[in-house]
Design a binder for this molecule. Sequence first.
Ligand code: SF4
Ligand code: SF4
Ligand code: FES
Length: 221
Amino acid sequence: MNDAHDRVHIEFMGKVFLVSEGTTLLGALIEAGRDSVKEIGCSGGCCGACGVLYRRPDESHVRTGLACRVPVQDGISFSLVGQYPLRRVEYNLSEISDPKQALFDLFPEITTCRSCGLCVQACPQGIEVQRAMWCAVFGDFAEVAALFKSCVQCGLCTRVCSVGICPFQIAVYASRAQGSHFTGPAPDLVARMTSIQSGSYEKEWKAVLRSQAPLSDQEAR
Ligand code: SF4
Ligand code: SF4
Ligand code: FES
């Protein structure tokens, strides 16, 4: 049912809108003037704030994705997923002597993974989430960090997990622990930090601070 001017019908939370062909689901919501996009961030597949459930007209199953990456299609139907209520897990890595063992205290649910693969299907970034969880269980934190490099923390994997595992929280923990306890400091980073601490960038830093100061009345005019 495309109309003559390259426009398509989309259905957002039960309401039908006519939008430009070639845009994304997020672009369609902006075009339709929906308030629901106000808290959505980057529009470029980086911030993870636009998780979406969508159904293509020719399919019976619902897919997950990022609204700023999924192209509109005539007859597509979708809803935004919104914030997921996460369990707050607090830890101080400098107080943990054995982070591989502490994983099971902080995230005991990880041992209940059923290897169902739903998290892998849900991930818009194509991450091997299930494999990463098992790497974490077996203490291969370096591999967890490598597998999760492109994670945008959209939370779609958490939403589909029937045993309450939050893979990206676990991946963040494993990556931090890998850095703090096993890999050691990156030489380039240490060199740059030392150079900052010794005042090498004082002039530039002051210029940045000046540029962020509120404008005086005279400058504002
Ligand atoms: S691993 Fe989970 S949180 Fe990260 S991008 Fe994939 S679905 Fe989103
Ligand atoms: S959805 Fe949950 S239970 Fe299934 S493989 Fe992923 S982490 Fe394991
Ligand atoms: S708006 Fe940031 S990932 Fe889609």
